[in-house]
Structure formats: structure tokens, C-alpha cells
Design a protein around this ligand. Structure first.
Ligand code: ADP
Ligand code: ZN
Length: 600
């Protein structure tokens, strides 16, 4: 294949100036007829790996995808580029299906998206036998894995494609990183001959921040107001009740927030998802039920008000931010209560002993991430088997946390747990340490103990921090039979005896963040643009999007609008230089944009 030809199509049809990462190699391998397995993180640019070969090879590319909403948006986006694309799924009626099938037979489609169960229908396979098929793309290929949570039985039958169409190249794509899933995909889809392309799972444009939870809601609001006013984001909470309360509260604070959880009726849920996808600047407050099938590239932040269960979960959820490559935030507030809660859920789960053990190990890895004084990204990537160096774009790198010798404080705290009979939670223990003669303290005569008041040198927040880290580091554990009372562990003894030093991350007062710091180090920063012009362009885009019933980003990405506002091109030639404007969009929207820029 000629690389010039691929690059030419990339520039003119897709409007991208250059390939990203392994895209070029993958495109050329598939275009030349090879099979491939592509592992790339969410937002890495997987779609292009089959969309471009689809245009370079003769015939129609068949794209298997389990996600109906995503299929529709992808087809809408391709049509905007002037690509002949269609989909077949259960949302179409008989007549529409016939029309698509006719177009396929007549060779009028570059790409056809199909749900797996439809592709496997004998009628469809027969139709394909009479069609020139350019390639098969199997998206979300991890759905073949019986051990994953996205298992789709129909995916197991996709190896039929190889048997019936041995000459047609196949490309399987996934954002799931673990080696076991990889092996399973290769086996189930008979991809033994395929070349495997593994990209780094780093998402350099996402900034990771984990803050000490004080008043979570107020902290969240400050974060949204300071860093992401009027921008799209997702706030994850553990319970439905908390989702509803948080969304309602944010709405009273002028944040355009909508709740989403499995307890809502289907219509309201679909409505909130559609509004998030289509409107500018909507925040969805959700349980983890929200996310699968959301393909919104301009989510500017993902916030966690509660601790996820594992690093996998955290990475998948935060990965929904910044798919367009622009700066985005992954922000989490985390406190002792979270550790206690997650441990309780594991202790009280119905699962087997083995399941509980695995859950605990996963929780510990996540706590390690929360408590590390080192780079968060190094820790995350290490978990996925990649070695890296400090990233410069996480809270630890930007404001290195102080660590302090907490041995003395840890001894005091553990003694206090011991002296009070291992029957109390952190709130009461802190009262005792700080010498506060509350009713409860007096009632238990804890003001008579020798630990009473020995911790008056630290304030309450500092003590909360100490207890959280004691639990996270395994020096104490909450007892769920006793309402979360803290107990000593085997690891407590050496600390109590003075044989072990304890190092802790201290709570540093956060400096207010300057705009420069905010945008520093994003892999692909937004050009500085005339704000007013940008607002006008966005308003224009909204009108286009709603008249055509497509999401705003399908018309133009934020980044493209920002580039237009910054460059203020005066003619079509200059406009065509801007990334994100291919030939078709230039023809369709160019004149209107130039009018708008001229202020007429
Ligand atoms: P994935 O499916 O891997 O999550 P997508 O295919 O949706 O990712 O691509 C993510 C974003 O990156 C999209 O907005 C897409 O337009 C953009 N993109 C993909 N390839 C390029 C490229 N070579 N140059 C610029 N943007 C790209
Ligand atoms: Zn870092």
C-alpha cells in the first residue's frame, strides 16, 4: 500500500494532519490484507484503524459492534465526512433494513455497522457471500471473554467469519489490557495469524488528582467551579440515593447536573444520557451503571465521590474523560470512611472466600495508589505492567506531597485503640486523643485514661488523616460486626513497641491553581482563542447539531472550533488548513463559518 495514499485520505476525508501512534502501521497492515489484534486505550483512536482501510480497500467493510447507540453516532459522524456508511440493528424497521441490504448488494456502502446477532443470521451471511467484503472489524473484542463483565455469547460465534471468508482481513479491537483477555480473543476469534499491536495504556492528557476528603460536596463544587465551569463531566457515587442527592444539590448550585442510575425508569435514564451526549456542559451524577456505550469525546472531567472497587474500575471510569486528547481531569475525594465502606462490602459480600481474597488484594492496590507520595501515573501504569517515569501531570508531580515521620502519632493512635478496648470508631478516638470531654468520652470514663489528651498537638483533620492511613496501610482494621470499630492487626505490634517507623503523606494546604498550571503539560492543548468568538461558534454548532439531530461533536470537535477562533481564517483555503476540517465539511460548512467570522 502506498503510505501517501493513506495520508492523503487521512488529511482530506478525516481532516487529521497526521497519524497517531501505531495507526499508520495498523492501517497499512490491514489494507495489505493482514489480520490484526489492536489493543489501545479508550480515546486512542481505534476507529480510524478500520475506517481508513475501509476506504482504501475495494468493497464494503463490515464492522461488528455490540453498542447500538455508539453505532448510530459513528455512522452519523462518518456521513458528515462524506463516507457512505450505514448500520443494521434492531432499531430499524423492515423497510429500512431492506434499503440497507440493497445498498450493500449494489456496492454503495463503504462501511456497514452490524450487531453481532444480526451478522450471524444465515440470511446475512448468504448476502455477504454475494458481496465484496473489504474487511471485518470486530470492535469491543473483549466481549468474547467469558470472564469479563461485557461478555456477549454471540461474539463466540464470530470465528465463523474466518471459516466462511478466509480471504477477508479481520481486525479485532479492544481497550481491555489484561493478558488473559488477549489470549482469549485470539483463541475465540481464531486470530492466531494476526499481528498484535499493543499501545501504551497511558492517557497523558488526563490529570490524576486524589484529595483528602473533608467536605466532599463542597470540595467537588469548588473543583467544578474553578476548573470546569460549564463543561461536561461525570460524577460517580456508590449509591443511588447519593446520586439523587448530589445531583439535586449541584443543581441548586447552578451546575447543570442530571442523575443516572439503574433504579430510575428507562425513559428518564435514556433522556439523561441523550442530554449528556448532545448538550454542551452537562454533568451526569451516576452510579457505575453509567458509562458503557458512552462515546462522548469532550468529557472534561470524571470525579469520584466514593472509592471504586479496584484500579481496573478506576481506570475504566476515568478513561471516559478527554477522549478527544484535550486536557481533562480525573479527580477523586477519598477518606477513611471510604476504606471502611469498601472493606465492609467485601467482608459482607456473598462471594466465595477466593473472591473475597481477590477483592481485598484489588482494594489494597487501589489504596496504594491513593496513599502514594509518588507519581500516580507511574503507579497506575505499573499496575498494567508498563514501566514509566514521573509524569508531571498528576497531583503528586505538580505539588509533591510532604511526607512526615508519623511513628509517634501512629503509636498514640494505636494505643488509643487498644486502651479504649478496640470498640470505637475514629471520631471518638480522635476526641479522646485531642482531650475533648464529650458526653460519650465521659460516659465511658475515657477522660481518665492515660491516652486522653496525648494528641492535642495535631488537629482533627490531621488525626483523620492518620487513622485513614493506618487502615489503608494495614496497621488497623475496621470491624464490621462492631459497626466499624477500629481494631489492631498483626502489623500494629511492631509499631506499638517502637520497632517500626511509619511514614505518611501529609495533608498539604492546596494552593489555588493558576490557569497556566491547569493547562500545563496536556498532550494536546487547546489553542488560545477569542472567548466571545468561540461562544458564537459553539452556538452556531448547536443549531447545526439540533437541526440534523446529531451530537454537537459530530459537526466539529471543541478543538476544531477553538482552532478556528484562534486562527480566524479569512478564506476557504486557510480554513481547510485547520485540523478537523476535511473536504466534505469544508464544502458543507465552510461558507457559513466564513460568514460568521466576518461578523455578518
Ligand atoms: P477509541 O475508539 O480508541 O476510544 P476513537 O476512535 O473514538 O477512539 O478516537 C478518539 C478521538 O481521537 C476521536 O475524537 C478521533 O476523531 C480522534 N482521532 C483519532 N485519530 C486521530 C488522528 N490521527 N489525529 C487526530 N485525531 C484523531
Ligand atoms: Zn505524575
Amino acid at each position: 500500500m502506498s503510505n501517501e495514499r493513506a495520508l492523503h485520505v487521512l488529511n482530506t476525508v478525516f481532516g487529521h494532519p497526521a497519524f497517531r501512534g501505531a495507526q499508520q502501521d495498523i492501517v497499512s497492515h490491514i489494507t495489505d490484507g493482514g489480520d490484526a489484534l489492536v489493543l489501545m486505550p479508550t480515546g486512542g483512536g481505534k476507529s480510524l484503524c478500520y475506517q481508513l482501510p475501509a476506504l482504501l480497500r475495494e468493497g464494503t467493510a463490515l464492522v461488528v459492534s455490540p453498542l447500538i447507540a455508539l453505532m448510530q453516532d459513528q455512522v452519523a459522524a462518518l456521513k458528515q465526512l462524506g463516507v457512505r456508511a450505514a448500520f443494521l440493528n434492531s432499531t430499524l424497521d423492515g423497510r429500512e433494513i431492506n434499503a440497507v441490504e440493497r445498498a450493500l448488494r449494489d456496492g454503495e456502502l463503504d462501511l456497514l455497522y452490524v450487531a453481532p446477532e444480526r451478522l450471524m443470521m444465515p440470511r446475512m451471511l448468504d448476502l455477504l457471500a454475494d458481496t465484496r467484503v473489504a474487511l471485518f472489524a470486530i470492535d469491543e473484542a473483549h466481549c468474547v471473554s467469558q470472564w469479563g463483565h461485557d461478555f456477549r455469547p454471540e461474539y463466540m460465534q464470530l470465528s465463523v467469519l474466518h471459516e466462511r471468508f478466509p480471504a477477508v482481513p479481520r481486525i479485532a479491537l479492544t481497550a481491555t489490557a489484561d493478558p488473559q483477555t488477549r489470549v482469549e480473543i485470539i483463541r475465540q476469534l481464531a486470530l492466531d495469524e494476526a499481528r498484535v499491536f499493543v499501545s501504551s495504556f497511558d492517557r497523558p492528557n488526563i490529570r490524576y488528582t486524589i484529595v483528602d476528603k473533608q467536605e466532599a460536596r463542597a470540595q467537588l463544587l469548588r473543583f467544578i467551579r474553578e476548573e470546569h465551569p460549564n463543561e461536561a463531566g461525570i460524577v460517580y457515587c456508590l449509591s443511588r440515593k447519593k446520586v439523587d442527592e448530589t445531583a439535586a444539590w449541584l443543581a441548586t448550585q447552578d451546575v447543570q447536573a442530571l442523575p443516572y442510575h439503574a433504579g430510575m425508569d428507562a425513559a428518564a435514564r435514556a433522556n439523561h444520557q441523550a442530554r449528556f451526549q448532545r448538550e454542551d456542559g452537562t454533568v451526569v451524577v451516576a452510579t457505575i451503571a453509567f458509562g458503557m456505550g458512552i462515546d462522548k469525546p469532550d468529557v472534561r472531567f470524571v470525579a469520584h465521590l466514593d472509592l471504586p472497587k479496584s484500579i481496573e474500575g478506576y481506570y475504566q471510569e476515568t478513561g471516559r474523560a478527554g477522549r478527544d486528547g484535550l486536557a481533562a481531569d480525573a479527580w477523586m475525594a477519598y477518606g477513611l470512611g471510604d476504606v471502611v465502606q469498601q472493606r465492609r462490602m467485601i467482608d459482607q459480600s456473598e462471594g466465595s472466600e477466593a473472591f473475597r481474597r481477590v477483592s481485598l488484594v484489588k482494594l489494597e492496590a487501589l489504596l496504594g495508589l491513593c496513599e502514594t507520595a509518588g507519581c500516580r501515573r507511574v503507579r497506575l501504569l505499573d499496575y498494567f505492567g508498563e514501566t514509566s517515569t514521573p509524569c508531571g501531570n498528576c497531583d503528586s508531580c505538580l505539588e509533591p506531597p510532604q511526607t512526615w515521620d508519623a511513628t509517634e502519632a501512629a503509636r498514640k493512635a494505636l494505643s488509643c485503640i487498644y486502651r479504649t478496648g478496640q470498640r470505637f470508631g475514629a471520631v471518638h478516638l480522635i476526641d479522646v486523643l485531642r482531650g475533648r470531654a464529650t458526653e460519650r468520652v465521659s460516659q465511658w470514663n475515657h477522660d481518665k485514661l492515660n491516652v486522653f489528651g496525648i494528641g492535642s498537638d495535631l488537629d482533627e483533620a490531621a488525626w483523620r488523616n492518620v487513622f485513614r492511613q493506618l487502615v489503608a496501610l494495614g496497621y488497623a482494621r475496621p470491624d464490621h460486626e462492631a459497626y466499624g470499630a477500629l481494631r489492631l492487626t498483626d502489623a500494629s505490634r511492631p509499631v506499638l513497641k517502637g520497632d517500626e517507623r511509619v511514614e505518611m503523606r501529609s495533608v498539604t494546604p492546596r494552593k489555588s491553581k493558576t490557569a497556566a498550571r491547569r493547562r500545563a503539560k496536556a498532550s494536546d492543548t487547546m489553542p488560545a482563542a477569542d472567548e466571545e468568538l468561540l461562544a458564537q461558534l459553539k452556538a452556531w454548532r448547536s443549531v447545526q447539531a439540533s437541526t440534523q439531530s446529531v451530537p454537537a461533536y459530530v459537526i466539529f470537535h471543541d478543538r476544531t472550533l477553538a482552532a478556528i477562533a484562534a486562527a480566524q481564517p479569512e478564506d476557504l483555503d486557510a480554513l481547510s488548513e485547520i485540523a478537523g476540517i476535511g473536504a466534505k465539511k469544508l464544502e458543507r460548512y465552510g461558507p457559513a463559518l466564513l460568514d460568521l467570522l466576518r461578523g455578518s
